[in-house]
Design a protein around this ligand. Structure first.
Ligand SMILES: [Zn+2]
Length: 256
């Protein structure tokens, strides 16, 4: 796991698996942890990363309900408060146990062992669009669905950081998962564009933090890719075998 400081109040930890990002945001004597790394050793050291950097843990946020973004409770205990968009809360309630099952399948597939299973317990449903107080500041919450049926992007105005969830990845082409749609994905990209323009740093759900110029370039590539579906070519930097598989699934979903 790589940890970088992108602002005095914002750390970004990038998992060795899928480059899943975890963003830690501080204001005063409070800090939220947004999303999570994937591997057990990474989750184990996360509390120490906060402590050593002077980020006093307050609670967890998740950009959306895919299991690989929901593992914060394995690091900070099953009682840690977890805030999600209302859409994500509805999804988690509608598919109880599915994140824990998906994590178990992943662990079985990759021979990963964990000390305990994932228990989602209760989550706090946050109104989106909306604001969320953190210390002396407020985070902006913006709807971000289309990859899945749920989700939110978090803008940190005083640090000019946008944590956008599974959009604008330099590693992964747009993925239209179950519950997602091309129309909703494109609407989210249009909503994100002015936020990207305001941002100094954009943290995608998968991949390294980006500056605004690079994130805007990816946004334009992604709009072009989605509009061309089911035809079209993959962006050159994102054309690996794994991305070809995502593309085939996208094409099938758009044609259905
Ligand atoms: Zn993801």
């Amino acid at each position: 796991m790589r940890v970088v400081s992108v602002h005095e109040d914002v750390l970004v930890a990038t998992s060795a698996f899928w480059k899943t990002t975890c963003t830690i945001v501080r204001s005063g004597d409070e800090a939220f942890v947004i999303d999570s790394p994937v591997l057990p050793e990474e989750l184990d050291v996360l509390p120490a990363v906060l402590e050593q950097s002077g980020f006093p843990f307050t609670g967890l946020l998740a950009t959306h309900g895919d299991w690989d973004h929901l593992l914060g409770r394995l690091a900070f205990g099953s009682g840690a408060p977890l805030g999600v968009a209302e859409t994500t809360s509805a999804r988690l309630t509608g598919e109880p146990g599915s994140a824990a099952r998906a994590l178990r399948d992943f662990d079985d597939e990759h021979y990963v062992e964990r000390a305990q299973p994932l228990a989602m317990g209760s989550v706090e449903a946050l109104p989106v669009p909306g604001h969320l107080g953190l210390g002396d500041h407020e985070l902006e919450l913006h709807p971000a669905d289309g990859h899945t049926a749920d989700g939110m992007a978090v803008f940190v105005p005083w640090a000019h950081v946008l944590v956008c969830g599974d959009y604008l990845s330099p590693r992964e082409i747009p993925m239209i998962s179950e519950g997602g749609s091309r129309a909703a994905y494109l609407a989210t990209l249009r909503r994100l564009e002015p936020l990207v323009a305001r941002a100094a740093t954009v943290v995608p759900g998968h991949g390294e933090p980006l500056d605004s110029v690079r994130a805007l370039a990816i946004l334009r590539e992604d709009v072009a890719y989605l509009e061309a579906l089911p035809e079209g070519k993959l962006p050159l930097a994102r054309s690996t075998a794994a991305q070809q598989r995502i593309h085939a699934a996208n094409a099938e979903r758009v044609a259905a």
